[in-house]
Design a protein around this ligand. Sequence first.
Ligand SMILES: [Zn+2]
Length: 431
Amino acid sequence: MKFVLAAAAFLLGCDAFSTLSAFKPVTRLSSIADEFGIPCEDDCSTSTYKNLPASVHPGVVSGQALIDLLNHAKENGYAIPAVNCVSSSGINACLEAARKNDAPIIIQFSAGGSQFYGGKALNNKNFGAAIAGAVSGAFHVRTMAEQYGVPVILHTDHCAKKLLPWIDGLLSASERYFQDHGEPLFSSHMIDLSEEPIEENLEICKEYLGRMCKIGLLLEMELGITGGEEDGVDNSDVAQEDLYSKPEEIYQTYEELSSVSPWFTIAAAFGNVHGVYSPGNVKLDPKILGRAQEYICDKLGDAAPANKLPVSFVFHGGSGSDVADIREAIGYGTVKMNIDTDTQWSYWEGIKKFEEKYHDYLQGQIGNPEGPDKPNKKYYDPRECLRAAEVNTVERLGQSFADLKCQNILGLGPMNEATNVLGPRRGGLPV
Ligand SMILES: [Zn+2]
C-alpha cells in the first residue's frame, strides 16, 4: 500500500505547474517513533501545532508541509535559523534550542561537514564518505526531531559544480526513502553555481529542480557571490559588484525556475560575507531584495501575489550581522538565515569556559587541588565538556531565534524538565 501511494506520487511530476495549490501534497506515511516503537512523550506521529498549517508536524518536514511552513514564516514576518552541524551533539543543541524557543529550525550539513560526520579517516572517493555521513546525520535528525516535538527542515548547504556528485548521491538516497515512506530523506538541498555563468547556473538548477520536486524536495540556489571564506571555499577577493545581485537577474531566475516548479528559494547576494569581521567591513544592502520583489511584481502584473513577495529569499553570511539589517531582509521576504560562524564560536567557547573553570582538574587522570591521588574521571568525561559546548550553543541560538523573530511560533509553551536522567548528573561538578 505504502509503495503504491509513493509510486503514484512519484509519477505525478511537476512540470508546468504555476501555483502551489496545484501540487499534490506528499503524504507523510510513518514516523520513526511509530516504525521502531520508540515511546514519545506526546503522540509525536500525529501532533500538529495550533498556530501553524495542519500539514506541519513534529519531525522532518518536506513537500507541501515544508512549503506551508516557509509561507507561514513569510506571511508572519519571521525567518527560520539554519544551523550548520557537524556532529550529533551539535544537532541535539539545535533541537534543544528550537524546543526552548518554541520554534521550527533548519539543520544543515555542508559537504565538508557531511564528510566529518562520517569520519575524516574514511576514504571520500566519489564522495562516498560525505554521502554516507550526510545520510547518517539525516537519520539522527529524523529520529530525534520527533522526540523534541519540533518541525525541522533538513537541508544541505553550498554545493559547487565539482560537488554535484555528492548531491546526486543524496538525491538517490531520498528517492529510495521516498519509495518506502512517501517522503524524501531530506527536505531540501542547496546548489551553488554562482561561480558559473548565469545561463549555466539556471540550466543545471532547472534540471535538478525537475528531479527534486517530484519527491517533494525544495531547491535553494545562489545568485551572485557570498564573500568571505567557508568550508574551504575562499571568496575573500572577488569583485565588489559580484557581491550584489541585480533585480533583472533575480527576475530571470524566478521566471526560469518557476517554469519547472515553484519549490525553490533564492540566496541572492546583497553584500553578504561568510565569517565574522570587524564592524564596518561588511556592507549589507537588504534593499536589493526589496527592489527585486518590486521589479518582479511589476513584471508579473495581476499575477503578482497579494503579499507582493513572490520570491522566498535565503540570507547567507548572517553571522555578525546587524539586527536592523536582518529584520529589513525579513521584511523583503527572507525566510531562512544561515548561521555557522557564530555557533562554531559558541560551541568552542563552551569548551573554553569549561576548561578555564576546571583547569586544575583536567591536567592528568589523577591529582587535583583536593589531593595528589584524587581521580579526575568525572571532569574529563567527554560528556562534561561536550555538554558545556551544547549549553553555550543553545544560549547563543536563543539570540538568533530572537533576531529572526522566530520565537513562540509553535504554541508548545516551555520545555519540561528532563526526568530519568542517566550518566553524569547535570550540575554535578563542584562550582
Ligand atoms: Zn553560505
